[in-house]
Write a protein that binds this ligand. Structure first.
Ligand code: GUN
Ligand code: ZN
Length: 419
């Protein structure tokens, strides 16, 4: 075997997500062995006489962050205050997203977007592209080049926005087919296409139905927004009077199933949560965005108590940071406001393993076990951090800088160096 020349070993303090509980086991001095394909072949305590130095002294290693919901064409409007949701979409989002008709603009932002993910230790993301097929292809290209893992979709919208943001249903579905053909499954599944109707308001019934058929035909995941804001919910009810509620619109058009990822899910009745759980749909919890747009406080426990898979989403640019650590800190605040406190440890699990479950990559990443891909992040820890404060220090020290190092399939990926 050629392993001696192709195997990578990384040594350090390690957090290993558990399979069946939102928590971690710890290894104070461990070695992760990774084969030439980027898969973990072993993870064990370092032998006392192992000559391998600590790979990132002072840092802690864990699976890379999974951003379960983020918008590429909102990179440059991150933190633009014009909420609530529908006002912010009209005043800030649609004018910016229209600029992605320009290939050079789209290419420049694709570099910035990938830089931002990598800097924060995000190794995988579920991404809304722009409504422009070329810009979405440009991002696929950049993701491939930079080594990130992602599912990405053309954002489908054929109504309720200025003309330059829209693409008619037939053209949008044909463009999606072409993107699937070129990109879905690329590099052993590192890149995937995800069917992405923006939300019910921006899609005609025909487009919603066409999106569901497209997903079924190619076995694809679907992502969209659900029950984010009161005015949005009222407008949706007006457009779809025959559906029982907002989730019902997606159910009625074939878009709610075990591969459906719904962002926000703030304002759902208990009975809708029961249907959601029965469908085995998943949640992208986006608390920073929810605070910034004043959308409300998502009841995390309503989902987790039903066994629903929940990941964390930055929702940039309504989210004010790409850092999943900051998102997790906001998720802590949100849970406390809902009188159902959670812990930093559970939220760090949601930002890593939970996200992998929520976006459909749980067979590949999110566990540090033989057979899983070595998607990792090394995070700095203040040397004075006690064991008891470890998880709080990782998530709630909002002055923390970027990740020390980010790896996908055992290969270190870097900011702009490769751009
Ligand atoms: N609902 C429809 N589009 C969007 C979007 O771009 N961001 C958020 N937060 N909600 C949406
Ligand atoms: Zn969103």
């Amino acid at each position: 075997m050629e392993q001696a020349t192709t195997t990578t070993r990384i040594r350090g303090r390690i957090l290993r997500p558990e399979r069946a509980r939102a928590g971690f086991s710890r290894l104070d001095d461990g070695v992760i062995t990774i084969d030439a394909e980027g898969r973990i072949t072993a993870l064990e305590a370092a032998a006392a006489d192992d000559p391998l130095p600590i790979t990132h002294p002072g840092a802690i290693l864990l699976p890379g962050f999974v951003d379960a919901h983020v918008h590429y064409p909102q990179t440059r409007i991150l933190g633009t205050a014009s909420g609530p949701l529908l006002d912010w979409l009209s005043a800030t989002v649609f004018p910016e997203e229209a600029r992605f008709a320009d290939r050079a603009y789209a290419a420049a932002v694709a570099v910035e977007f990938c830089d931002a993910l990598i800097a924060q230790g995000t190794t995988a993301a579920s991404i809304f592209g722009s409504p422009h097929p070329e810009a979405t292809a440009i991002l696929f290209d950049e993701l491939e080049r930079r080594g990130l893992r992602a599912q990405l979709g053309l954002t489908l919208m054929d109504r309720a926005a200025p003309g330059e943001n829209l693409l008619a249903a037939e053209a949008a579905l044909a463009a999606s087919e072409a993107l699937i053909e070129r990109w879905h499954g690329r590099d052993r599944g590192r890149l995937r296409f995800c069917v992405t109707p923006r939300f019910a308001i921006s899609c005609t019934p025909g487009l919603l139905r066409g999106a569901a058929e497209l997903a079924a035909r190619h076995d694809l995941w679907i992502q969209t927004h659900l029950a984010e804001n009161d005015a949005e919910i009222r407008a949706t009810a007006k457009l779809f009077p025959e559906s029982r509620d907002y989730l019902g619109v997606y159910e009625d058009h074939g878009l709610c199933g075990a591969r459906s990822l719904f962002a926000h899910c703030i304002h759902l009745e208990d009975e809708a949560w029961d249907r959601f759980a029965a469908a085995r749909a998943t949640v992208a919890h986006c608390p920073d965005s929810n605070f910034f747009l004043g959308s409300g406080v998502m009841p995390l426990a309503a989902a987790t108590s039903r066994g629903i898979r929940v990941g964390l989403g930055s929702d940039v640019g309504a989210g004010r940071a790409f850092s999943l650590r900051r998102v997790a800190a906001r998720a802590y605040d949100a849970a406390l406001l809902r009188s159902a406190p959670t812990s930093a440890e559970a939220l760090l699990w949601r930002a890593t393993r939970g996200g992998a479950e929520a976006i459909g990559i749980a067979d590949e990443v999110g566990l540090l076990e033989p057979g899983y891909d070595a998607d990792l992040v090394a995070l700095d820890l203040p040397p004075t951090t006690s064991d008891e404060r470890l998880f709080d220090a990782l998530l709630f020290a909002l002055d923390a800088g970027p990740a020390r190092a980010t790896y996908v399939r055992g290969r270190r990926i870097d900011r702009a160096a490769s751009a």
